[in-house]
Ligand binder design. Structure first.
Ligand code: GLN
Length: 380
């Protein structure tokens, strides 16, 4: 069958999870928590199902959820959003990203992609007819460099994809970095597709700064959020897109033919969850931060070299001190011989690959982390 998609590999996340199912390895690869997520939110969904929420909800999302998203971002990120014209519900952030790229990119348009980049971005950009322009961020700090950004942005740039906090790097970009991005984009008509799904998973007191809250970016930003990441319920696939009305209208045209709607019971429950008091979010963050520290300390004790993680569920290990130059081969050995799965960070690159880092997900029960650490210590 003649399709470029025929030659795409299965995503690294699915491939690694499948190998874990086959081998019984502890899966610290794909990013999902051991816990099923907050019980009250799950009960809300169950109630909504039993109450008979079975038919199509409105195409743009349940009004209650659109209002909850607007007020949540108002409260947490200081952005004023009109729920009727600036918020749309999608079936997960992946649909939002796909819809944004399909709706906005015309053949010949250039799209700036920052490496490391989430694996869905590039195939979608290419399918939409876009030409990628890569900017590589360097470990261990993954800093944004204004000159490198400027060099990639030109008259044909239609969009720049910006993932903050950055998966897999665990980097969190603050106000200064966003100002750097805004300066680099000055004089350009490029849009910013801001994948902010990790917005609530930031550590050591860092607050998330949304591109929508930054002058010079707000008017050109498509902000994407995810209930799956906010509540640690990755299978729910409820996402939201926030953008200025003129842009959102166009995104809605893609959404109506991609998924059209998202299960109303889940939308109802997410609307309830977004209104949770600040303490819940802080406890979630503190809990994950404690896991990060537990895992990081354990790795160090086992002879590995963890890199800093300021946000996301992920901790990276520098493999160079172990003499490893091929992260993919190393991760495969780790699954088969140590019984622990991680994601090779080279999978997040299209060119100039960094091949000496492995990404571990620490959003797991302490007992799971301890088991994995014991296996890694025995392996190392
Ligand atoms: N976002 C998840 C991760 O980075 C993967 C999601 C997926 O498997 N599609 O691990």
């Amino acid at each position: 069958l003649n399709s470029v998609y025929a030659n795409l590999p299965v995503t690294i996340f699915e491939a690694v999870s499948q190998l874990c199912r086959e081998t019984g390895a502890i899966n610290l690869g794909q990013g999902f928590p051991d816990d099923p997520g907050p019980e009250d939110v799950r009960r809300k969904a169950a109630e909504a199902v039993l109450d008979g929420w079975s038919q199509y909800p409105p195409m743009m999302g349940l009004p209650a959820l659109r209002r909850a998203v607007a007020s949540h971002y108002g409260r947490w990120q200081g952005v004023a959003l009109d729920p009727e014209t600036e918020v749309m519900v999608t079936s997960g952030a992946t649909e939002a990203i796909a819809g944004a790229l399909l709706a906005l990119i015309e053949p010949g348009d250039e799209v700036v992609l920052l490496q490391p980049l989430y694996d869905a971005y590039l195939p979608l950009v290419l399918r939409a007819g876009g030409t990628p322009r890569f900017v590589s961020l360097k470990p261990p700090h993954w800093r944004l460099d204004e000159h490198a950004l400027r060099a990639a942005i030109g008259p044909k740039t239609k969009a720049l994809l910006f993932n903050n906090p950055l998966n897999p790097a665990g980097a969190v970009y603050g106000a200064k970095d966003l100002e750097t991005l805004a300066r680099a984009l000055e004089g350009s008509d490029a849009l910013v597709v801001a994948d902010e799904v990790w917005e609530h998973v930031t550590f050591d007191g860092r607050a998330h700064v949304s591109a929508l809250s930054v002058e010079g970016l707000a008017h050109r930003t498509v902000k994407i959020g995810s209930a799956g990441k906010i509540f640690g319920m990755t299978g729910w696939k409820v996402g939201f897109v926030c953008a200025p009305p003129g842009i959102l209208k166009i995104l809605a045209k893609a959404h109506q033919f991609l998924t059209f709607t998202t299960p109303p019971s889940l939308q109802e429950a997410v609307a309830y969850g977004l209104a949770k008091e600040a303490g819940w979010f802080k406890a979630m963050r503190d809990g994950l931060q404690a896991k990060r520290d537990r895992f990081s300390d354990g790795l160090r004790a086992a002879g590995f070299s963890p890199l800093p993680s300021a946000g996301t569920y992920f901790l990276n290990v520098d493999l160079a001190p172990l003499g490893v130059a091929d992260d993919l081969a190393f991760c495969e050995r780790l699954i088969r011989e140590a019984g622990v799965a991680a994601i090779p960070v080279s999978s997040f690159y299209a060119e100039d690959k960094v091949t000496t880092i492995a990404r571990f997900c620490f959003a797991k029960h302490d007992s799971t982390l301890d088991d994995a650490l014991a296996r890694l210590a025995a392996f190392g």
